[in-house]
Unconditional design. Structure first.
Length: 291
């Protein structure tokens, strides 16, 4: 199971096409802010959209993808500024070694190794290349052997290199974002459902364990049919989120399920299946706004 709890000490990382609609959505991206739990949310400009007819736009639309990155970052980093996370690196004590980068690549779950291998393939002799033997040795564990004391400093230095930032983007898309969108479209679900899949993949991964993404989806399918099989989209997504909450609660690090309860579930209750803005949500008690 992949843990994607970063940056904060809190409890607890077949294509089919949707039917084309008649409405195109134009959304301008912009920054946003966090505010104390009891204060009214401050607004961020941009992301204006209408809650009108169902849009054909999927999560892979650039504006929707930007929203997805900000939503994940609110849970992973307590910030909507996901681009500030390339240099992030620390051991959060979850048994997965170092966690780093924009979606929390970890030294104990193979994706950090794959990231550094890609970076080194594209740019031999980079500042992280010398740590590849150590990353291979600690893969699937929490050891720092061969990484300390210099690896965090080298990671932060690499994060100043556009080639490393691009490698992070590419691995995020290859391992998590594109699979989520493709499977979401195959199941006939819109941008919100595709985001729910993406967030689950980031946190739980693609593994075959009982709390991996495939098992979560299978658990949901046992309760409801997706639209591709004639089911109701909202009913299916409720079943998926129920299964996701169950999976999160199997591990102490994920006992706080607010990224579902006061974020994704809120959008679903509002019937916002296409992630139209404005969006208002909370994660770990902190309030966020896009709109």
């Amino acid at each position: 199971m992949r843990t994607r709890l970063k940056g904060r000490a809190v409890p607890g990382a077949t294509t089919a096409r949707l039917a084309l609609g008649l409405v195109l959505l134009t959304v301008a991206t912009a920054g946003a802010c966090t505010v104390p739990p009891d204060a009214p949310p401050r607004t961020a400009p941009g992301h204006h959209a209408r809650h009108t007819a169902r849009a054909a736009t999927g999560l892979d639309d650039p504006a929707k993808k930007e929203i997805a990155m900000q939503l994940v970052s609110s849970a992973e980093n307590s910030s909507l500024d996901w681009r500030a996370q390339y240099q992030y690196i620390e051991d959060i004590g979850d048994g997965r070694g170092y966690t780093g980068g924009i979606i929390g690549f970890t030294s104990g779950t193979h994706d950090m190794l794959e990231l550094v291998e890609l970076y080194t393939h594209r740019k031999p002799g980079n500042v992280l290349a010398g740590y590849l033997p150590a990353l291979r040795a600690v893969d699937s564990g929490d050891s720092h052997k061969g990484l300390d004391p210099g690896f965090p400093k080298a990671w932060k230095k690499a994060a100043r290199d556009p080639a490393f930032r691009k490698a992070q983007n590419d691995e995020r898309d290859r391992l998590y974002f594109r699979p989520a969108v493709e499977r979401g479209k195959a199941d006939g679900i819109g941008a919100l459902g595709q985001f729910a899949y993406y967030d689950a993949l980031v946190v739980h991964g693609e593994g075959d364990d009982p709390t991996g993404f495939p098992a979560i989806r299978k658990r949901a399918l046992a309760k409801a049919e997706p639209p591709s099989r004639g089911g109701d989209e909202k009913t299916y997504l409720n079943a998926f989120l129920d299964a996701r909450v169950w999976a999160m609660r199997q591990e102490e690090a994920h006992s706080d399920t607010s990224r579902i309860d006061t974020a994704q579930r809120v959008f679903l209750k509002d019937g916002n299946l296409d992630l139209h803005t404005p969006l208002n949500w909370k994660v770990y008690g902190e309030r966020y706004h896009l709109g």
